[in-house]
Design a protein around this ligand. Structure first.
Ligand code: GLP
Length: 248
């Protein structure tokens, strides 16, 4: 794994956006895997700037999002579908039909998950996958457990994820208890992965991902098996990681 050190959140966002912009320039019809949460917001802001000020076009880009709360319609303010429109899609020239976010109202979410994986395969796989990391080491909504799950499917959220994400809702009670999450097969199938981590709250998860064994109790550790992963993290997120690992 390549580790790119950033001084702060702003620098993470600028660096991440520069990798994504380069991907779009190199392959205008690329497939971008996109993430939600607070971490990628600055990256999306910077991509909007590339579009507005530097003429970067997303007209041929296809996007695939990692996850969606189960039970929330795409119109709900806290749905990831709404998040993507508000934070990125509405501000660039991407075609709505080229954007894909799991359907939080799918009546058969596991069948939907299989179709979503097939859709990703039919697009030729993901060229560049953007990821955040949960404070418990989750990626997408693949929560710590006793095994890694390959397929996109319905998942139960952990209590600490519900608490972490409660800041976006009126109260923790309003956070959906389930989500549709991309599975590890489609994530690891991406040709290149960019994972972002900012702040002290991610320091233990980052340390576990980099230093620990590949363990489903820390889902991000599976990224050690991928050939082309770049972690962009600020000093706070790297504060628990051994210097020897950062220099290797
Ligand atoms: C959410 C998302 C993840 C995201 C993570 C971290 O629950 N499902 O895709 O990476 O939590 O979120 P944040 O960036 O807000 O810390």
């Amino acid at each position: 794994m390549i580790i790119v050190k950033a001084q702060n959140y702003d620098e993470i966002s600028k660096k991440a956006a520069s990798y994504i912009a380069a991907q779009v320039q190199l392959k205008p019809a690329c497939v971008l895997g996109l993430a939600t949460g607070s971490t990628p917001c600055g990256t999306y802001q910077e991509l909007i700037r590339y579009h507005r000020e530097e003429g970067l076009s997303f007209q041929k880009v296809r996007t695939i999002n990692l996850d969606e709360y189960y039970g929330l319609p795409a119109t709900h303010e806290q749905s990831y579908s709404h998040f993507m429109r508000k934070n990125l899609f509405d501000h660039i020239d991407i075609l709505a039909e080229n954007t894909h976010v799991p359907d939080g109202l799918a009546t058969n979410p596991n069948a939907f998950g299989r179709e979503y994986d097939e859709l990703i395969a039919s697009l030729g796989g993901i060229d560049m996958q953007l990821l955040g990391i949960g404070s418990n080491g989750h990626i997408a909504f693949n929560e710590p457990g006793n095994c890694f799950v390959a397929q996109t499917r319905l998942v139960d959220l952990n209590q600490n994820t519900i608490e972490d994400n409660a800041r976006f809702f009126e109260s923790a009670e309003e956070v959906p208890r389930q989500a549709i999450s991309m599975g590890m097969k489609s994530i690891l199938g991406a040709k290149r992965i960019l994972i972002l981590a900012s702040g002290k709250g991610k320091a233990d998860a980052v340390k576990g991902m980099l230093e620990g064994s590949v363990d489903p109790l820390l889902p991000a550790s599976i990224l050690q098996l991928h050939q082309n992963v770049t972690l962009i993290a600020d000093l706070a997120a790297l504060s628990q990681t051994a210097e020897s690992v950062l220099q290797s």
